[in-house]
Design a protein around this ligand. Structure first.
Ligand code: PEP
Ligand code: MN
Length: 360
């Protein structure tokens, strides 16, 4: 699939002067809930109402969605508010029911994108329709798998496509429920600039206080839209309670976000600059995270050296690291002088850490 301009035509038809906003509850719970939330969102920047009908739960025993019944509630919400609707489909049966109930946009969830078999079945079920399909990133940080799902749909003649960045799971817990790994989405955006890219800060964050910052980063990186979980009573939501926000909070967030428009030469320069700076900020953040990880390993080494009464500084090991890193640095376009300075500083910090541990 080369970059095809038509991929984003569905989005242009919205004719928006702001990013596309998709909002609504994690799950449809009751008819009253779906319709009420739709009404609270309708006079805002939100164009599309989301609600999960079939919920993929990591472990059984949790609320698994209301099923096809909820599709009727979404139809009612659409009739009453004029908003478009979207839901997750995870198999051909879901596709059939969603089509029957006139859902406008379908999304493929993170746990489905990982399975080429199921994605192919969904693509086949959609053949011959003109639905818009949004593909969430797979749960694991694998760009090919993400692209592969988009390609399967494209090959089945689904040309109205987009992707949703919802973060990636990791064994090590961070402040995020799913790590953003912005670089993966940026790589995808560079490869397919005309494929609309939407951020789902709710599933990245897992908690509502991070949603604003994540959304602002996405807009600084020229994302095309946001999908944000919204509920009138977030704390009592039947799924993903901690990450949902009220429609009023969402409307305030949309007001506070700095939305960049693509106009004027000078402004284009400013946009590019902001975009690149956002990328630098992400890279710097990763650098610090990696350095901190390295120091923690060094602390572990300090502990075992202490047990065995071994000296901190081992010159031969250090020279070996340095030699390897200078060569590798050269291959990556970094000067010997820089690599040397940087590793000396890292090594010094490592020694300081170990000294502290040994003297404890
Ligand atoms: C959702 O959007 O409610 C959902 C289940 O998302 P994901 O597939 O990203 O986990
Ligand atoms: Mn959810």
């Amino acid at each position: 699939m080369e970059n095809k301009k038509e991929l984003g035509d569905w989005l242009k038809k919205f004719n928006l002067d702001h990013p596309l906003v998709i909002a609504g509850p994690c799950s449809a719970e009751t008819e009253e809930q779906v319709v009420k939330i739709a009404h609270q969102l309708k006079d805002s920047d939100v164009s599309v109402l989301r609600a999960g009908i079939w919920k993929p739960r990591t472990r059984p025993g949790n609320f698994e969605g209301v099923g096809a019944l909820g599709l009727k509630w979404m139809q009612t919400a659409k009739e009453e508010t004029g908003m478009l609707t979207t839901t997750e489909v995870a198999n051909p049966n879901h596709v059939e029911l969603a089509l029957k109930h006139d859902v406008d946009i379908l999304w493929i969830g993170a746990r489905t994108t990982v399975s080429p078999f199921i994605v192919q079945e969904i693509a086949d079920a959609l053949k011959g329709t003109d639905k818009t399909v949004l593909v969430k990133n797979p749960v694991n940080p694998d760009l090919s798998l993400w692209l592969g799902a988009v390609e399967r749909l494209y090959t089945a003649d689904i040309k109205n496509l987009g992707v949703i960045h919802r973060g990636f799971s990791a064994y090590e817990k961070t402040k995020y429920r799913n790590n953003p790994e912005w670089q993966i989405a940026i790589d995808l955006q560079n490869k397919f600039p005309d494929l609309p890219l939407i951020l789902d800060p709710s599933h990245i964050a897992g908690r509502r206080d991070l949603i604003f910052d994540l959304s602002q980063t996405a807009l600084d990186l020229n994302y095309d839209g946001l999908m944000i979980e919204t509920h009138y009573d977030p704390d009592n939501a039947w799924s993903d309670a901690a990450q949902q926000i009220t429609p009023a909070t969402l409307i305030q967030i949309m007001k506070d976000l700095k939305i960049r428009k693509e106009v004027g030469e000078n402004e284009e320069f400013q946009n590019n600059l902001k975009n690149l700076r956002a990328k630098i900020d992400i890279a710097d953040h990763q650098l610090l995270e990696t350095l901190s990880k390295r120091m923690k390993i060094s602390d572990e080494i300090g502990k075992i050296k202490k047990n065995q009464n071994v000296a901190i500084l081992q010159t031969s090991r250090w020279n070996e690291i340095l030699g390897k890193m200078i060569l590798e640095g050269e291959q990556q376009g970094l000067s010997e002088e820089f690599v040397l300075k940087m590793f000396k500083a890292i090594h010094q910090e490592s020694i300081n850490h170990q000294k502290k541990i040994i003297s404890e």
